[in-house]
Write a protein that binds this ligand. Structure first.
Ligand code: PGA
Length: 262
């Protein structure tokens, strides 16, 4: 089965106590109630990461992720957090290349590639984000933009490195705007991404990789998005801040068919 995943990206939200409360509530709602090929991931801020990772340690199919990392493992980089430090908390995933990092913090493709390599080096699985802006979509350039983002980072990995990556397609115009891509629009790009991967890494690698959709995904639209053939779950921002909404999104899979590959 191709792994189906719902990851909650809290961004810069929730104080320490609120974050722990959110995870406890959501875990209580999803524990033992979700299909075994569905992975739930919490991506809180760094201040929560260790506590969240410990809280979910013995819960099957639930993991913790960081929202970013630096590309060196240690040293004089005031304010930064390394993949090695993230790994030591018990978190196994890290979001890299989110459009907010690209826009506000100058994470270029070159920086993103270094971060992906550093994460893989110490055993973290990167959740690599890509997506076009509104202007790029209106100019009909979404596929070329996506292809360039994939080529400059993921296509530089070897087969075994690539097999550890998760992709999140997040059209920038849909993030936090309430304007979701339609299931057809999202599926079209997910298929394009999978086809590009098949051309580069082979059909088997393309069939195995989980490709998530992100951008105003919520309990009302998740089911339609996740039932598309090439959409393997979601990277959820706003709706992941409410335990009930996050749990409802994860539970969408309970009524959907499993996605077998090959
Ligand atoms: P959103 O954010 O669900 O609030 O649109 C998604 C994301 O940025 O990962």
């Amino acid at each position: 089965m191709r792994q189906q995943i719902v990851a909650g990206n809290w961004k810069m939200n929730k104080d320490y106590a609120e974050g722990l409360k959110l995870v406890s509530e959501a875990v209580h709602m999803i524990k033992d109630e979700v299909r075994d090929d569905v992975l739930s991931i919490f991506a809180p801020s760094f201040i929560h990461l260790h506590s969240v990772a410990q809280l979910i340690k013995d819960v099957p199919n639930v993991e913790a992720a960081a929202q970013d990392c630096f590309y060196e493992q240690s040293g004089a980089y005031t304010g930064e957090v390394s993949p090695l430090m993230i790994r030591s908390t018990g978190a196994k995933f890290v979001i890299i290349g989110h459009s907010e990092r690209r826009t506000f913090f100058n994470d270029t493709d070159e920086v993103i590639l270094k971060k992906v390599n550093a994460a893989l080096e110490c055993g973290l699985r990167p959740i690599f984000c890509c997506g076009e802006t509104l202007a790029e979509r209106e100019a009909g350039k979404q596929e070329s933009v996506l292809f360039a983002q994939l080529s400059s980072v993921l296509f530089k990995l070897d087969d075994s490195e690539f097999s550890r990556v998760i992709i999140a397609y997040e059209p920038v115009w849909a993030i936090g705007t309430g304007r979701t891509a339609t299931p057809d629009q999202a599926q079209e790009i997910h298929r394009f991404i999978r086809k590009s991967i098949a051309d580069k890494f082979g059909k088997d690698a393309a069939e195995r990789i989980s490709i998530l959709y992100g951008g105003s995904c919520n309990p009302a639209n998740a089911m339609d998005l996740f039932s598309e053939e090439d959409i393997d779950g979601g990277l959820i921002g706003g709706a992941s801040l409410k335990s009930r909404d996050f749990a409802d999104i994860v539970k969408c899979f309970n009524v959907l068919k499993r996605k077998a590959y090959l």
